[in-house]
Design a protein around this ligand. Sequence first.
Ligand SMILES: Cc1cc2nc3c(=O)[nH]c(=O)nc-3n(C[C@H](O)[C@H](O)[C@H](O)COP(=O)(O)OP(=O)(O)OC[C@H]3O[C@@H](n4cnc5c(N)ncnc54)[C@H](O)[C@@H]3O)c2cc1C
Length: 492
Amino acid sequence: METINVLWFKRDLRLYDHAPLRQALESLYATLLIFFFEPSVIQLAEHSERHWIFAKESLQDLQNRLRPYQAHIYIFENEVIPVFKRILEKYKIHAVFSHQEIGQKVTFDRDKQFKKFCQAAQIQWIESKKDGVLRGLKNREGWNEQWVATMQTPTEKVNLTKLKAVHLEPSFFENYGLLNIENQKFTHDLQKGGETLAWRYLKSFTQERIVNYAKHLSKPAESRKSCSRISPYLAWGNLSIRQVYQVMQAEKEKFPFLQHAFTSFESRLHWHCHYIQRFEMECSMEFKNLHPAFDAVRQEVNPEYVHAWQTGRTGIPLVDACMRCVNATGYLNFRMRAMLVSFLTHHLFQPWQAGVAHLARQFLDYEVGIHFCQFQMQASTMGTASQKIRIYNPTKQAEDHDPEAKFIKTWLPELQNLPTYLAYEPWKITHLEEHLYKFKLGIDYPYPLVDIEESARKARDTLFEISKTDFAKRETLRITQKHSMPAYIAFG
Ligand SMILES: Cc1cc2nc3c(=O)[nH]c(=O)nc-3n(C[C@H](O)[C@H](O)[C@H](O)COP(=O)(O)OP(=O)(O)OC[C@H]3O[C@@H](n4cnc5c(N)ncnc54)[C@H](O)[C@@H]3O)c2cc1C
């Protein structure tokens, strides 16, 4: 029986700066390249078709680039262990190489089972850390220094000419969900996946688009061009954070007048890993509040409120425009994401759990660690001492960041004929204006679900009262001690 290695691609769909691939290539044995679309993951409420299309586009890009090396990634729509059992009927597996995965409970449980499987079958499973995130930390002492050191270490050199790829016989894997996606075409208006495109986005950002980064960061329309838009490529590992960090450092030298923009971008690369690290250390955040004092409120879900929020029918224009935009395009900037969650959890006073899966399905860049941490952060259930109860006023956000209501009118065409001030607050329309602009509140566009000033006041008072209790203060201290990070990357 031939002895082989297996390279298990996970959310690291690239050929460069790839430690498991480099390790597999340095070994004596030929390597089987493999990827799984696992039914147990596909069926999670947080995933949607757009994620799988992005992954397939990324895989197609890899297949094209592996062809000159006579290599191919075998893609299975199946659970991991049954396929490995089948492989073992033909081959002896020396080692499996992969990146560590910081995912939802389903993938964490799968990894535990896979570890046992490997032990029983005497297979070495060699996992490499991903993006400087460390497994099993008790607190953050020294974390940042290690992260910076990882970012500054040269990227992994992958010499593909050394690749001796294993070729499977498809007939032997009949009924095992072996997929051929080579000629599949996907029609959509979302960002397309793949390492090749990822580099184009990164370069056009660091060499051109960054000029307006700081100015447009919070603007719902302009940020779509002026932010990097690399997040889905990071989520699927088309780029490593280290690659981005090193490109950013090199470009920063060339543009001294853009120091502020580069520094803001650099902080965000830190945050990316910081939140994934936090989730790694507190994975129960997938299900419950990090700060237990807030368990006492927002226990009931109002399905009508949640439906109106998900479909962009709350009657608050910027909220609805953002939701319809992200539902259609898979992208929103940070501030607008934060405002959507704040509106759900403060103004509508719903538990964050009522909305977390919906937005995960819409965001093309869905990244478990960031997403759950940010949801809890914006819902004020995170509980670190630096966290304030932050409630966004959607009308003020619109006035500040969508000056002529262009973004609102793009996504809410029913408000097209209204003057800017009424596009921000259609509930203020008079009887005369309804005739003038041929617009009927309650028919053309819904009445607002809540009075935003009143609902914000109520939420702030309730949450503030809770945060003052002795129990809440003790918990805040505990959480802060475990998760605190250096002040220069912290934000209030
Ligand atoms: C409720 C909520 C949910 C979110 N869910 C996700 C998610 O699932 N996946 C995701 O990648 N980001 C998430 N974010 C963070 C942030 O909004 C996106 O990373 C950012 O908008 C992506 O756009 P960009 O690549 O153009 O960002 P840029 O501003 O160009 O930033 C560059 C990179 O830094 C990282 N980054 C930027 N802002 C943050 C932040 N606040 N926290 C952590 N990392 C950050 C991202 O990797 C991003 O690609 C969420 C934010 C909120 C408020």
